[in-house]
Design a protein around this ligand. Structure first.
Ligand SMILES: Cc1cc2nc3c(=O)[nH]c(=O)nc-3n(C[C@H](O)[C@H](O)[C@H](O)COP(=O)(O)O)c2cc1C
Length: 323
């Protein structure tokens, strides 16, 4: 394995801060925003290994376009693949390594969405130990980049310890563990202490994930888990500046002026990098971000209707935008 950036980040002696993969959200513009606030590692949205396999003859295909990134403006970039067929992972890994050239490749073992489970992928692959191992082996054999895995505390009768024991001889560089079980979905208390149980069975870097929304939960997650770092999910959607708070060790209060200016910066990046049509996706993140404002519900009802940067500018100017 060349360039194991995970180990280098660990040597910095402070918790590694990662933007967890989130389909529909962790695209290039949002990754750039989080990187600017101090995210050390940013994961792509999950992409299908099978789609990459079937589009392998097409130089410029839709899935590869989704993975586009900007080396100067993003932290360490990790592309996440989902699927269940080792042959598809072998080809997809090669394509991503050669054409996208990220810093690392991650495999999804946690997704609870029906159409992903139906393919034997995501959390379904976590509970299929022999197939999971074959997928990891195929990925490792086709890249020199560090390979990581993202799992849940438990999927059916397979818990994180059983999963990691099954691959303890493989050179997996890092693990992000969502401290909730598959049956918990995205709600309920995550088990941060699970890291203590998995540590003896995994040699790489460990990040804990789930319910980390502010400094208090971040400190608790680190204290209870002893993890090497944190994976921030919905906490970063609502407050991307959480990365700066954690890095600087202080609360950062964002009022209306700062939030409006951040929303505008994000909308501008969206239309520059993905075209104005992508503002439909921006609306979702904007709704997360305005949560705390006194005028949130009226602002939200207007933002969900925008279809151009001009619309965004006009609305945000009414709320004090002066960019
Ligand atoms: C909208 C959304 C999309 C997600 N997409 C992915 C994904 O593509 N890959 C993945 O491994 N996890 C995905 N997740 C799970 C998150 O990475 C994370 O594990 C989960 O949200 C728990 O962290 P949180 O409580 O901080 O949000 C997604 C979560 C959300 C809310």
């Amino acid at each position: 394995m060349k360039n194991n950036f995970w180990e280098k980040l660990k040597k910095n002696g402070r918790p590694i801060l990662a933007l967890a993969p989130m389909a529909g959200f962790t695209d290039e513009p949002f990754r750039q925003i989080c990187s600017a606030y101090g995210a050390d590692v940013v994961y792509s949205e999950m992409v299908s290994a099978t789609a990459l396999y079937y589009q392998r003859e097409k130089e410029d295909n839709e899935t590869l376009r989704l993975l586009k990134w900007n080396e100067a403006r993003e932290g360490k970039y990790v592309v996440q693949l989902f699927g269940s067929n080792p042959d598809h992972f072998a080809v997809a890994t090669k394509i991503v390594t050669e054409k996208i050239k990220p810093h690392g490749i991650d495999i999804n073992f946690g997704c609870p969405v029906g159409k992903v489970l139906k393919q034997g992928a995501g959390a379904d692959l976590m509970r299929n130990l022999s197939q999971a191992r074959a997928v990891i082996e195929a990925t490792l054999a086709n890249t020199s980049l560090p390979v990581s895995v993202k799992i849940r505390a438990k999927s059916s009768d397979v818990d994180a310890v059983a999963f990691l024991k099954n691959i303890s001889d493989l050179k997996v560089a890092a693990l992000m563990i969502h401290g909730r079980t598959l049956s918990q979905g995205f709600a309920g208390e995550p088990d941060y202490a699970i890291v203590n149980k998995v540590r003896p069975h995994f040699k790489g870097v460990i990040l804990i994930n789930g319910g980390i929304n502010d400094r208090e939960t971040a400190e608790r997650a680190l204290a209870e888990s002893g993890a090497d770092g944190l994976g921030l999910g919905r906490g970063a959607l609502a407050r991307p500046w959480l990365f700066a708070e954690l890095k600087e060790g202080r609360d950062i209060v964002y009022g209306q002026t700062e939030i409006i200016s951040l929303l505008y910066r994000h909308a501008k990046l969206m239309s520059e990098l993905k075209g104005e049509g992508a503002l439909v996706e921006w609306r979702k993140q904007a709704c997360w971000c305005v949560q705390g404002l006194p005028s949130a519900s009226r602002l939200r009802s207007r933002l969900v209707q925008v279809s151009s940067l001009n619309d965004v500018t006009n609305i945000l100017q009414e709320y004090g935008l002066n960019d």
